[in-house]
Write a new protein. Structure first.
Length: 761
């Protein structure tokens, strides 16, 4: 079977170019995953050993999907490919080489909660104000340092960094970073950033290790290359230095993770790093209608710094993009909910065909309320993941202690859960003894009779013996049997079973679900190693994007635009297109930040397959205050010929068609890969008058009039709806309803006793 036969010419060329540096610029919906999959399969069919192929992704879900597809083409050999997220692949390498860096092979991987817990402890010990030294800020500062390969020692020698900290009133950040690194090392733990930071240290400090992996990974492929940070960039560059068979795949137009340290320059400068690079452009969008693709192109054309590509679609023309204006965030929620209900009925769709995307999580409230009111089932993504729930983290902490008793965060979490008479005072004494003797907490626990006395010594000693018994069990039992033994003998199962509340039952069921997952892991045939420690490595490296939606659940999906990347839906609603919300107020300080916000809007638009709705509100509550809102500048950048406005456009003396041809001229160029890939599209901007109405600003000194004698034909002003004319009155006092035609909104019916109208004429 010629599996390449189903590829278009650009895709096939990219797949068959296996030697030397390759950059695949993959537009939205252009079959990127298919190309990566077939390229790896093609390498193996050519005779390349799968053990010599390294494929790096950003989510476990993407890696799993690719591996399954490759297996369908080349069979079980696909199991031998080094494929996974940056963090999972380099954690695997660090497990082998960790002792060179002074870490145990079974080091613990700290998640964000573990890191913040340790930082809070350090802040408390240093007597620092946790408001000034906000734990999220401290965590972000340390993370940024590591992603830029700045060690604690270098941080504390860098005068510019120290001066910046001092000017912000946080002169102790360097000390916090140093203490944090020392504590992690003492606990035999690495955080997520360490997995990349320590890999760089390993490859830089030990040339023989670098040489080993350079010659093992003869072919490298990197997915979503536009999302790589400096640390990831250097690792990839070092590993590819010998063979230079490196293929990067990405789309600069979808680079939206600068806040995580992603550097768009990595993909923009790839041609400078590898002058003999072969560039392939995947420009045909298979996902969306022509209308949606044209609208997306009109948005991204406004970014100056980008790789040139001409994304097009041969799909149906499709419906115009519906743009709705609401007078409040609550009304916006109502508009969206009613549109979903109506479209589902008229077009025979399912709820899972719909997604609502927003810039910030806080926007979900009004949307959730509106959906609940008309009984539309929905699922909120980006909430607490399964593995972040308290009861799950408690049991996993016991697992972690079993394999790494030096894990101090795990020890502190469960030493008195379930309660066993080890209070905070005893824990403090353990910590003081460890600091005084310069030993680990576990050393104190395992020798409790030397450092404690009375009942506390006995309780701590019994806890230590229990953990040691778990260690013995783990050596001879399967992952599931070990996990079940720990769940039972730690007392967690009994404690949760005895809680008969609704919440208690849910927590007990969650533990059962975790054990079910471990059972399933124990029975997998594709794994050689099935110990509980291997299971622990897998779940420690889960990314947020791996909490995938249940494909069988018929619910509307609600999520931030960042969370939606890589997903697609037949119908998409993008809400909150207002200045200072989207684009975010925090992104208006520079062109670089604004262009990232525009790329985020581009990502949102290109999630839609068949139908796209966009909405904004002219007023929105923030911090309890009602604020007037301006329509987002991004709405003015959409090609007006693609839009269907459900309100009267702002008067301009031009029709929608005039705007489509005069305001900005968009056209597709020939589909080719020649020319300078760093030149940008240059739409000819003729006119920039906005077609979107601004929020009504009430007249100076606005005050409601007495409307008891209101008559048909009178002109009135409403505080939010603007100016209008009364065209009908019906009903009896005090429940008279007025039908008013507003200039910007159109016809609206108001109850006079609540309307607060000012009579103009």
């Amino acid at each position: 079977m010629d599996f390449l036969a189903g590829l278009n010419p650009s895709q096939r060329d990219a797949v068959e170019q296996t030697e030397g540096p390759v950059m695949i610029v993959a537009g939205a919906g252009s079959g990127k995953t298919r190309v990566i999959t077939y390229r790896v399969a093609h390498l193996i069919q050519k005779g390349v050993d799968p053990f010599n192929v390294l494929v790096l992704t950003f989510t476990n879900k993407a890696a799993k999907e690719m591996r399954e597809r490759i297996m369908k083409v080349v069979g079980s050999e696909a199991k031998n490919i080094w494929m996974g997220t940056f963090h999972s692949v380099f954690a695997r390498i660090l497990r082998v080489e960790a002792e060179l860096l002074g870490y145990p092979k079974n080091f613990t991987i700290y998640d964000t909660d573990d890191t913040k817990s340790l930082l809070r402890t350090i802040l408390k010990e240093l007597n620092l104000d946790d408001k000034l030294y906000n734990v999220n800020h401290v965590y972000g500062r340390i993370s940024s340092a590591k992603n830029n390969l700045i060690s604690p020692q270098e941080y504390n020698k860098n005068e510019a960094i120290l001066a910046e900290d001092l000017s912000n009133g946080r002169g102790q950040l360097g000390q916090i970073y140093l203490t944090y690194a020392q504590r992690c090392y003492r606990a035999g733990a690495m955080d997520f950033d360490d997995l990349l930071f320590k890999t760089n240290v390993l490859l830089n400090k030990y040339p023989d290790v670098l040489h080993k992996y350079q010659h093992q990974f003869k072919y490298l492929m990197v997915d979503e290359y536009q999302d790589t940070n400096f640390s990831q960039y250097l690792i990839v560059k070092r590993l590819a230095a010998v063979n230079e068979n490196i293929c990067v795949v990405g789309d600069d137009a979808q680079s939206i993770y600068a806040f995580r340290g992603a550097n768009i320059q990595n993909i923009l400068n790839f041609q400078k790093d590898y002058p003999d690079v072969k560039v392939f452009k995947l420009e045909q969008n298979y996902r969306s209608t022509k209308m949606i693709v044209n609208a997306a192109n009109s948005i991204i054309a406004n970014n100056k710094n980008q790789l040139e590509k001409n994304v097009f679609s041969d799909n149906e023309e499709g419906e115009k993009i519906k743009v709705s204006r609401a007078f409040s965030d609550n009304e916006e929620g109502k508009i969206v909910a009613e549109a979903i209900s109506q479209e589902k009925s008229l077009k025979g769709l399912r709820y899972k065909d719909f997604a609502i995307l927003y810039r910030t999580n806080a926007q979900s409230r009004s949307l959730e309320e509106a959906l609940r009111k008309i009984n539309i089932p929905y699922k909120l993504y980006g909430g607490t993941s399964f593995y972040q729930r308290k009861e799950i983290k408690d049991l996993i902490a016991y697992f972690r202690l079993t394999f790494n008793p030096n894990d101090e965060e795990a020890l502190k979490r469960v030493i008195n859960y379930p309660r066993r008479g080890i209070g905070d005072t005893t824990v403090d004494r353990i910590m003081v003894a460890a600091d005084q003797q310069q030993i680990r907490l576990w050393d104190v626990v395992a020798n409790a009779q030397m450092f404690l006395d009375g009942r506390s010594a006995a309780s701590v000693s019994n806890f230590g013996l229990m953990i040691q018994s778990f260690q013995a069990t783990a050596k001879t039992n399967t992952a599931f049997d070990t996990a079940m033994h720990i769940a039972q003998h730690s007392g967690i199962l009994k404690d949760l079973y005895e809680d008969k509340s609704v919440e208690g039952l849910a927590r007990y069921e969650n533990i059962q679900e975790l054990l079910n997952g471990i059972k399933e892991f124990s029975e997998r045939e594709d794994l050689e190693e099935k110990g509980l420690d291997v299971f622990m490595q897998d779940i420690a490296l889960l990314t947020n994007d791996d909490n995938d939606k249940d494909p069988n659940a018929d619910t509307v999906s609600l999520m931030t635009i960042h969370s939606s990347k890589g997903l697609e839906f037949p119908v998409v609603h993008i809400v909150g297109l207002e200045e200072n919300l989207f684009p975010s107020q925090l992104s208006l300080n520079s062109r670089t930040e604004l262009e990232e916000e525009r790329r985020l809007f581009y990502v949102a638009v290109t999630r839609a397959e068949k139908k796209l709705h966009i909405s904004y509100a002219t007023s929105r509550y923030r911090w309890g205050t009602l604020n007037n809102c301006e329509p987002s500048r991004f709405l003015d950048e959409l090609n007006p010929s693609c839009l269907d406005l459900d309100f009267k456009p702002r008067s301009s003396g031009m029709s929608d068609d005039d705007f489509g041809s005069e305001r900005v001229q968009w056209q597709r160029k020939d589909n080719n890969t020649s020319g300078d890939v760093f030149s940008k599209p240059k739409p000819k901007v003729i006119k920039t008058t906005s077609i979107l109405p601004k929020a009504h600003v009430p007249s100076a000194g606005f005050a409601p009039s007495d409307t008891s004698n209101l008559q048909v034909g009178m002109e009135v002003e409403h505080e939010r709806f603007g100016f209008g004319k009364v065209i009908n009155l019906e009903g009896n006092k005090p429940d008279i309803k007025a039908t008013i035609f507003f200039k910007e909104l159109g016809q609206k019916q108001l109850l006079l006793k609540f309307a607060k109208l000012r009579i103009v004429n």
